[in-house]
Design a protein around this ligand. Sequence first.
Ligand code: RI2
Length: 325
Amino acid sequence: VGPGRSAAVAPDVHPAVRETAADIDEMRVRGAAAIADAAAAALARQAAESEADDADSLREALRAAARELLDTRPTAVSLPNALRDVLADIEGPSDAATLREQVRERAAAFRERVAEAQDELGRVGAGRLADGDVLMTHCHSTAVVACVAAARERGHDLSAYVTETRPRNQGHRTARELVDLGVDVTVVVDGAARHFVNDVDHVLVGADTVAADGSVVNKIGTCGLAANARDCGTPVTVAAGTLKLDPETLTGHAVEIEERDPDEVLAPADREAIGDVSVANPAFDVTPPRYVDAVVTERGQFPPTSVVTLMREVYGTDPARPWEA
Ligand code: RI2
C-alpha cells in the first residue's frame, strides 16, 4: 500500500486501470502527455465496464481507479490534471448510465483536445526556430518533437545535439525521432552539454510540471543545462502545454520530485563491487524561472513570470480533487 493508497481500495478497479498504472509506474508509458492520455483512456474503460449498477458505487469505483493511477508517478502534473478534467462534475448524475456516458464523453473530448493542443503548441514553438538553427535538447519530449516537426514542415533545416539522458537514455528515442524528421542529429553524453551549449541557437526542452512562479520541473539535468545556457547567452525554451501547469502550486503546494530505483543508476553487481555507497536517483529537477526565456504552450508563448496568469485562467484558483470523496 503506497502513499495515498487506501488499504480499503474498492474491489471494482478495472484490470485495465491496474495495467495502465503499472505501465506508467514502470515507464512503458512515459512523457507527461502520454501519461495523461493513458490515464483518461483507463478512466473511460473503468466507467464503461465497471460492474457498479448505481451512480454512487460507480463514483466510488472511478475515484478508486483515479487514486491507483495517481499513485504511480508523483511529479507529472498532467496525470492529476487529466483526472480533474475527466472526473469533473461526477457528483451530478443520479443514475449510473448517465454517469457512464458523461465520463466516456469527457475522456474522449479530453484526449482529442490534448492531441490538438500538441499540434498547436508545435506551431507556436516552430515560430521560434529559424532555418539553419542548431538546437540542444534533453530527454524525450513529445512537445519538443512537435515543435521540430512543425519547423521541418515549414522547410527549415535544423540540426540538434541530443543528450543521452542517463540513467534511462530517453535521448535515444529523441535522436531516432529527430532523424526521422530529417534533422542532423549529434548524440552527446549528458556531461558534454556545457561543452557544446555555446554553439547552439536554442536549448529546447519539455516539462513535466510548471509551477505558478514559472519554475520548470523537468528531467534531471535540465537545471544545469539551463544555467549553462544562460551563462552563454543561449535562449532556453520550454515546450509545455497548459496540461503541465500545476494549479495546486497557486495555493502553495510544492512539487514532489520522484525518486526512482537505485538500480537504474548502478546495477546491483556494480554496487557491490564499489563497496558501501548510497545511490540517489531523482528523476527530475527544478529550473528557476530566471533561466527560462519562454514557455511555449498551445495558447501562445509566455515569459515564465506570466505563467501564473495563464494558470488562473485555465484552472481557476481552487483546483478540484475529484479523486477524493
Ligand atoms: P512530453 C519526460 O519525463 C521528460 O522529462 C520530458 O521532458 C517530459 O516527460 C515531458 O514529456 P519521463 O516520463 O509530455 O521520461 O512533452 O520521466 O512528452
